[in-house]
Write a protein that binds this ligand. Sequence first.
Ligand SMILES: [Zn+2]
Length: 226
Amino acid sequence: VTEKQWLRSRDPGAMIDHLGDVASERKLRLFAVACCERVADLLLDPRSLGALRAAERLTEGKVKGGVWRERKAAADAWYDDAGGQGSKDARWMAVQVIVESARGSARTLPVCALAAIEAQERLGGQWYDVRSRRGKAERAVHPQLFRDIFGNPFSPVALDPAWVTTDVRALARGIYDDRAFDRMPILADALQDAGCASEGVLSHCRDATATHARGCWVVDLLLGKE
Ligand SMILES: [Zn+2]
């Protein structure tokens, strides 16, 4: 993979392969959760949504072992309920999303998010169609989310501790906690006030067309998260 290919890639799978062990499990999981979050309306059973929320909190280490086992057991139970109807059943496909997140294979989650879209279409009376409008739209967003979370491995940005003023830290923390990515341009202003001249960082914050997610490489960089 060259830099040009990376920036244009539409295949998160190839990008994951390129990163190899450099991709932290936390970021992989955040990517997977971001993909699933976009199709949360397709998670038809409250147990699945509960497991998705737990999968997300797991990335921050905020889920107690007992709660996690309970969520996972609920998702597994639903999987068993639905699985009896065979692998072509829509509900069975949708539940894979959450079971995968509960089992922890972050790398396969985006595939499952697509399965949920397809499942929903079946439930709506339409037959499986990978070329569906929503499926296509989601597939187009996945590589954008991936690049947002992992940044550009061909031109990594080193953090200058001087950038992380009280203002910058508070803004980054707020954006992260609230997923308030509309504040990214304000963050860029605060970074410039702190002496940051990194074109990569500033333009990422100011790009009105950028897709951001929790795990965004700039916010993570400022918060010291990997
Ligand atoms: Zn971002």
